[in-house]
Design a protein around this ligand. Structure first.
Ligand SMILES: Nc1ncnc2c1ncn2[C@@H]1O[C@H](COP(=O)(O)OP(=O)(O)OP(=O)(O)O)[C@@H](O)[C@H]1O
Ligand SMILES: [Mg+2]
Length: 250
């Protein structure tokens, strides 16, 4: 019984997460980013990853989406009623988990040539089985709320301004009611009014029970959206791995 309550209340949990980069083309330099991170994100909670530039916030967020593969640890996600380890499942399951369970708003929109903004926003809902009329109507509502002028809806966002592209990306990230939502600086290029709208969208997602992890550089957004800060440590000391067996033996 308590185990069931836990899976319900903590949709996302990282345990002992460790990540380093090895720059094979630069003398095997090793960049340890984080070591043994434990993070629990509850339903209806927004956790802000916090720490100095280079501390590993984006690396952690990308790891939680399985974009980067940590060297050790588990990422437990509540998916289809049970906890699955995102790092241990098959690649097709990662795709399923991303389609239905974990939403991710990257900092920059991945522009697909010739696909209109409205379709880009509606696509994740349609991929989740929502009928086209409902999905396009929800996409219009989100684009209006985020102040994308209607004349742009039928255009591909390649020519949009940075802030317009970011807002299309946010609309796309919020059109599905993902149980887990990862936000990488969603308000970085936005004006005050749109920042406020993003805070409202985050609040609405919390009210419906989403577990949210975000990086918010803007202090106002952080104050308004985050329930707590999760400190991501200072960069660990860099060391170079031995290039050759002789070096390793020395
Ligand atoms: N793909 C990569 N390959 C090698 N090193 C990387 C890679 N991505 C990040 N790093 C390194 O990992 C460390 C953490 O980077 P990360 O981008 O996670 O920091 P951050 O906390 O998001 O910083 P910022 O606030 O500036 O965005 C940095 O030292 C960076 O150089
Ligand atoms: Mg970053």
């Amino acid at each position: 019984m308590p185990a069931r309550m836990n899976t319900k209340d903590i949709p996302l949990q990282a345990r002992g997460l460790t990540k380093r980069f090895i720059l094979h083309t630069q003398g095997g330099t090793e960049i340890p980013v984080f070591d043994g991170i434990d993070l629990k994100v509850a339903s209806a909670e927004c956790v802000c990853l916090h720490g100095p530039s280079g501390a590993g916030k984006s690396t952690l967020l990308r790891s939680l989406y399985a974009n980067y593969k940590p060297d050790a640890g588990k990422i437990l996600v509540q998916h289809d009623g049970s906890m699955v380890d995102l790092l241990a499942v098959e690649p097709w399951e990662v795709i399923e988990i991303r389609r239905r369970t974990i939403g991710y708003v990257s900092q920059f929109l991945h522009v697909i040539p010739r696909v209109p903004a409205l379709n880009i926003v509606a696509a994740p809902a349609i991929m989740n089985g929502v009928d086209a009329d409902t999905a396009y109507s929800a996409a219009r509502t989100l684009l209006s709320r985020l102040r994308i002028p209607e004349r742009l809806w039928s255009l591909a966002p390649a020519t949009f301004s940075g802030g317009e592209q970011q807002r299309v990306n946010i609309a796309r990230g919020f059109i599905v009611e993902y149980p887990v939502l990862l936000l990488d600086e969603p308000t970085a290029s936005l004006d005050d009014a749109n920042r406020l709208t993003v805070v409202e969208l985050i609040d609405e997602a919390k009210v419906r029970g989403a577990a949210i992890v975000g990086i918010f550089h803007d202090g106002g957004v952080r104050e308004a959206a985050a329930d707590r800060l999760f400190e991501v440590g200072q960069p660990l000391v860099q060391k170079r791995l031995p290039n050759t067996a002789a070096e390793a033996a020395a």
